[in-house]
Design a protein around this ligand. Structure first.
Ligand code: F3S
Length: 355
């Protein structure tokens, strides 16, 4: 409660508001180390609302296949057990909205930035970009300070972004984030975009900038509720990235949806088995609901890992160059895993894997 009150005072919140769910990030042993692990083990409270957890540092069952050591496994499991003990659901995904979709206007306290952007923008729920600690505090109290994106007027766009037809949404988000920082944009996509495209755009926007949401003209639920900003930015060119020869192709930042798994299987059926390592990251929940598709993808020789991701797992650090279809991974893999990155659409990634 002290954490929430302090935050509320800093941001001028007049009250706390009840939340429907919380989502806690920062649970990879690689991120929080022994200090974080011991702190979680000593935590003496239980959550009172549904509380999702972000990806951990490994697939809980297949960590050996990821090249991880037993010591890492044991430390990571102590974190998982500490979270279980306080009532956190071991969902281990950055796409909790595929497990249980919030409703328009629901107040949440979510910490993972890509999930925050998706919840605010595509669903119209309301959450600030919480830290792992403030989300946990909210999970225990069941409330969050009422400021920022919880308030309708604070969700107003201040800049307009036109995304030209030939620009990939993931790259458009990456480029836009660098330009607009934490401002909320109203985005006009010239091409038809799917929910997966919006997920890719938003996660990249939040990673290269600091925005907690965007509106998409004629698509997202609140875009008509505000005036159109006068400042206009056109994103018309694919940013060029240094090419490197990938020794890993990694898909699933954010975690893949059922639809994306289906597309990957279709492409593998068309192009054949990968010759390079192809790792796909998704939630255990989505994978179990699409077990047959996952089984067939793995029959081609790709690996589908659950509970973890290419950025929070130290496994990715073992490679030199990782090819991704994610703007967020482009931002974080070089910084956090010290690897070179190269970008391609999902189709380009699969084709490169099978070459
Ligand atoms: Fe999710 Fe990991 Fe990317 S948490 S958004 S897959 S960095």
């Amino acid at each position: 409660m002290e954490i929430l009150v302090a935050l509320g005072e800093v941001f001028g919140a007049e009250k706390l508001v009840e939340i429907k769910s919380a989502q806690i990030s920062g649970i990879s042993y690689d991120n929080i180390g022994d200090e974080g692990l011991e702190w979680l083990e000593s935590f003496n409270a239980r959550v009172v609302v549904k509380t999702f957890s972000n990806p951990a540092g490994m697939d809980l069952n297949r960590w050996r296949e990821m090249g991880l050591e037993k010591d890492f496994f044991q430390k990571q499991m102590r974190i998982i057990n500490a979270l279980k003990r306080i009532g956190v659901e071991i969902t281990l995904t950055c796409t909790p909205y595929y497990l249980e979709t919030p409703s328009l206007g629901d107040h949440l306290a979510w910490a993972e930035s890509s999930a925050v952007v998706y919840a605010n923008s595509v669903i119209g729920a309301r959450t600030n970009r919480e830290s792992g600690i403030s989300a946990l505090a909210s999970a225990v109290i069941g409330k969050t300070p009422y400021y920022g994106l919880h308030i309708k007027e604070e969700r107003s766009p201040s800049v307009r972004i036109i995304v030209k037809r030939d620009v990939e949404p993931a790259i458009a988000g990456f480029t836009s984030g660098k330009i607009v920082g934490s401002e909320i944009p109203l985005v006009e996509f010239e091409r038809k975009v799917s929910h997966e495209d919006l997920k890719a755009f938003g996660s990249a926007l939040a990673a290269s900038g600091g925005a907690g949401m965007f509106h998409a003209k004629e698509i997202t639920p609140e875009w008509m509720d505000f005036e159109t900003p006068s400042e206009k930015i056109v994103v018309d060119e694919e940013e060029v990235f240094d090419e490197c020869e990938p020794d890993l192709i990694a898909i699933g930042c954010p975690h893949t949806s059922a639809e994306e798994l289906k597309r990957i299987l279709e492409m593998l059926s068309r192009y054949g088995s990968p010759k390079k390592k192809l790792w796909i990251f998704t939630s255990r929940n989505v994978a179990l609901q699409n077990a047959e598709i996952v089984r067939k993808i793995e029959e081609f020789g790709a690996r589908v890992f659950y509970d973890t991701c290419m950025v929070v797992s130290p496994a990715t650090s073992e490679f030199d160059c990782v090819m991704v279809n994610s703007g967020k991974a482009l931002e974080y893999l070089p910084k956090l895993r010290n690897v070179a990155v190269t970008f391609g659409t999902l189709e380009n990634c699969i084709r490169r894997a099978v070459k």
